[in-house]
Design a protein around this ligand. Structure first.
Ligand code: NI
Length: 147
């Protein structure tokens, strides 16, 4: 049976779920450790995560995210390639932050926004440059479907 309730953020629906006892106990332990105060918020977050993960398979979806790079410092060709790619994609790269980790390594994070296909292409090119030790793209929803 479904119950509906109107709130300022829209209609909230309550629904029942059939679930094995042991699975529920494991789930409750997990959400307790993660600090959730109730199952509803934990389930909402898991649903959002799944929806965001699915969005990433849609090339035309508009998303925001970060590309994190750790790379060798002191290689002129590498620094030039990264800079060239960033300039070429200035319309998708909103901001960059560069941190000198130590004498030999740099960390750079790029805030990106745009269609999934464009963001993934930029990320692949950057991470694929020789001298990039580790790179990771993280995509987030712009939140339009989640409120
Ligand atoms: Ni540096």
């Amino acid at each position: 049976m479904r119950q509906k309730q109107k709130t300022k953020n829209g209609i909230i629906t309550r629904f029942g779920v059939s679930i094995e006892q042991r699975l529920l106990e494991s789930f409750d332990m997990l959400i307790y450790k993660k600090g959730y105060i109730n199952r509803s918020e934990a389930i909402r977050d898991i649903m959002r995560d799944q929806l965001v993960e699915f969005d990433q398979t849609d090339d035309d979806k508009e998303m925001v995210g970060t590309i994190n790079l750790v790379y060798q410092h002191g290689l002129k060709a590498l620094a030039e390639k990264i800079s060239e790619l960033e300039h070429h994609n200035h319309d998708h790269i909103i901001s960059t932050l560069h941190i000198h980790l130590d004498e030999d390594r740099c960390f750079e994070t790029l805030v990106v926004k745009g269609k999934v296909s464009n963001i993934k292409s930029i990320s692949d090119k950057l991470i694929g440059i020789k001298g990039v030790i580790n790179g990771k793209l993280t995509l987030c929803t712009q939140g339009d479907r989640f409120m």
